[in-house]
Design a protein around this ligand. Sequence first.
Ligand code: 8YV
Length: 322
Amino acid sequence: MTDDPRPSVLCTAPFAPDIMARLDAAFAVQRLADGLPPDIAATIRGLATNTLHGRLGADLMDRLPALEVIANFGVGYDNIDVTAAAERGIVVTNTPGVLDEEVADLALALLLATVRRLPQAERHLREGKWPQGAFPLSPTLRGRRIGILGLGAIGKAIARRLAGFDVDLAYNGRHRQPGVDLAYYPTAEALAAAVDVLVVVVPGGAATAGMVDGAVLSALGPQGILVNVARGSVVDEPALVAALQSGTILGAGLDVFAHEPHVPPALLALDNVVLLPHIGSASVATRSAMGNLMVDNLVSWFAVGHALTPVAETPQPSVRIR
Ligand code: 8YV
């Protein structure tokens, strides 16, 4: 047991030193890596976690009977069983609004890198091949129609940027959005058939698992480029590998993978892909803003019983009930 009167908060893995310092200053911090004896588990009232720390399900929640709030470092929270949290009256928070522009920047960079084959061109230079011959001509973004799969905050930030690129835009989402002046297609496959670039920005989770499957890739077609900055789970990865190998689509720019940090060797072996290690939000400034919002949520919850950015599935009580 601990005599510390401050709320006990469990970290599922370490965060950056400045974020850990804020957590340590405000809470009695426990680390999952140190093990979780039942007497400590019984004291835990808050949890700080990260998409990349693995799945957080009912089993862990049941080992933490005093748990009130789970603060996620990341806007996506498909790592957390929010149904189990809601059933237990646990509020889950995420980090919306602080990373949209950063991820949109990365999506544009990845799109251009993929179409114009920038990493391949740089390898040509670094490997000393330029004196032997110019780098082969690349495909172009000119004349392309771009489909955004998931027009949320990040999708809209991507659309705003693409408006300056003189390309046609279209989107798919659960519903046509009022006030959005882009062509709407009711399914991922219909969108893919209408465009030759598909940018994936839907949230991960059961509703979108495998949404970009072999049929969607076939619809995208032989000039098609897939860009995924969302979750690896949204794309049927073996079907994508097959489509890239067979020329069913032209290429892919991927920042996310089905089993991170592991990337299928078949993808690594391909020349028509640009592969990044899930760095969409990974600038010093944006990761700091995400970490601070995660801590702010915990601080606010324990100070005034109100989290700043709870997710829709776990609405918080208007008056604190515990
Ligand atoms: C992070 C993300 O890489 O916000 C998200 O949903 O995927 C990224 O910003 C993730 O939170 C793990 O650090």
